[in-house]
Design a protein around this ligand. Structure first.
Ligand SMILES: NC(=O)c1ccc[n+]([C@@H]2O[C@H](COP(=O)([O-])OP(=O)(O)OC[C@H]3O[C@@H](n4cnc5c(N)ncnc54)[C@H](OP(=O)(O)O)[C@@H]3O)[C@@H](O)[C@H]2O)c1
Length: 440
């Protein structure tokens, strides 16, 4: 049997501690499947005295990930610290530069510096694996990077943030407000103390930026994503969606259009009878539509110590099985030097169906005026209903709910601006885009 693969793990938190435990308890099985043992030879975290519930006695301790990256006693550097800058960035660069294979679960780092890091890895002929960075345990990176080679991807979309999906699921199932569900998510440890990054869609955007590059062969463009979080989704929206046969999910969507690539993260209505609409709680799902394969949908655990460590371990096992000097799969699916510049499609050109909810003064002529503003902008309606406003809404008001056929974002914005210019609107209009899965 070949020499053991010596792994250095930086970060011993939720994911790092799970990984150490799994490598230790599955040592025999791993040695058989990989053809060589996998050994945790070094670790690094901030607090040396903290009990992490795992046996670290065989590993050399480093106070700094950068020092560990310089150690002669590791073959693979595993980064589970987190953050786009600082220790994670410096140590990953140092490890790649000296020719070590790297495994990371860090979406923020890849969304920010992925192309640069891939360039270093490819120059050095080493692997930079990051399966856990998108949708946790779901093997979507490998699917895009390897299994779908030769396919032309038309659209990729998914539920990639467990916190948001948990909140939206609870709101619908229990009829609770966004604020109450967020508190519950924090109590259960699904949401961070500062949940802004999750609920405003930034976490999903980081993951989407990585998937876009793998799917379309373009440079990573994390700052070119249209972003809307779930903070202003109300129970009223969720109930109206349900009445119309839809559920609301925070989706990240990347799509090839005639004018470029659309990348967007926003609350989205999906038909209730589709598989993605039924993905509840902290579970993630990613769908890929491509020309040769058709539609592929993967559903599974998107976070958590063990699920994420499972993906990290798969990446380490790939390195253990690889032969020195062998041709490497390009880090981002396409060699970093051959990635095309990212061309952003304008959000105003986005085409799709829309849900529009308006609270308006309860008087004659309003319904006709709303319908006219839609017609003026060539928006054809699938349905338009009016109903009494829910208890507690402004007195003398009613709600108008419209669902459009496919139209453009530009037309919807103009129609809504026209309605806002009238004197009957009470409060802000709600606009939610509709996404229709192709096959499932
Ligand atoms: N948790 C998940 O479900 C999940 C899912 C997918 C991807 N990820 C990604 O996996 C990575 C790790 O996440 P996590 O949830 O395991 O994080 P975590 O529980 O916060 O653990 C972070 C670890 O990094 C260590 N650390 C932080 N700054 C350090 C520094 N400057 N030098 C040395 N060590 C440092 C911490 O040390 P101390 O313990 O001593 O403080 C801790 O052990 C992140 O990139 C995250 O985005 C996590």
């Amino acid at each position: 049997m070949a020499d053991a693969l010596k792994v250095g793990i930086a970060g011993l938190g939720t994911v790092g501690a799970s990984l150490v435990r799994i490598i230790t308890t599955r040592a025999n099985e791993l040695a058989v499947t990989c053809g060589r043992a996998i050994e945790v030879s070094a670790v690094s975290a901030r607090d040396r005295s903290r009990d992490r519930g795992v046996d670290l006695s065989g590993a050399t301790w480093f106070d700094s990930p950068e020092e560990m990256a310089a150690s002669a006693d590791i073959d693979v550097f595993v980064e589970l610290v987190g953050g786009a800058e600082g220790a994670a960035d410096r140590s990953v660069r140092a490890a790649l530069t000296r020719g070590l294979h790297v495994v990371t679960a860090n979406k923020a780092l890849l969304a920010r510096h992925g192309v640069e890091l891939a360039t270093i890895a490819e120059e050095k002929g080493v692997l930079l694996n990051f399966e856990a960075a998108v949708a946790g345990g779901i093997p979507v990176i490998k699917a895009l990077r390897e299994s779908l080679t030769g396919n032309k991807v038309a659209r990729i979309y998914g539920i990639m943030n467990g916190t948001c999906n948990y909140i939206l699921t609870r709101m619908e199932k229990e009829g609770l407000s966004f604020a109450d569900c967020l508190k519950e998510a924090q109590r259960l440890g699904y949401a961070e103390a500062d949940p802004t990054f999750d609920i405003e869609g930034n976490d999903t955007a980081h993951k989407l930026a990585i998937l876009t590059t793998l799917a379309f062969g373009t440079q990573i463009a994390a700052d070119e994503i249209y972003l809307e979080g779930i903070g202003n989704i109300s129970i009223e929206d969720i109930e109206a969606a349900a009445d119309l046969g839809y559920r609301i999910k925070l989706l990240g969507v990347a799509q090839r259009t005639e004018s470029g690539i659309e990348q967007r993260v926003h609350p989205t209505m999906v038909p209730r009878d589709t598989v993605i609409a039924q993905v509840d709680g902290v579970t993630n799902a990613v769908a890929i539509e491509s020309d040769i394969l058709g539609e592929l949908l993967m559903v599974g655990p998107g976070a958590g110590g063990d699920a994420t460590a499972s993906a990290v371990l798969g990446d380490i096992a790939d390195i253990a099985k690889s032969r020195p000097g062998a041709q490497r799969v390009p880090v981002l699916g396409t060699p970093a030097a051959a990635l095309a510049p990212y061309q952003r499609a304008r959000m105003r050109s986005h085409e799709g169906g829309y849900f529009i909810r308006l609270t308006v003064a309860d008087r004659t002529g309003v319904f006709a005026s709303v319908a006219t503003r839609m017609a003026e902008n060539n928006i054809s309606l699938e349905s338009i209903v009016q109903r009494a406003s829910p208890n507690g809404a402004a007195g003398g008001s009613k709600t108008i709910i419209l669902v459009t056929h496919a139209t453009t974002e530009e037309s919807v914005r103009k129609a809504v601006a026209g309605i806002k210019a009238e004197d009957y609107l009470v409060g802000e209009p709600q606009v939610i885009r509709i996404e229709r899965p192709k096959a499932f």
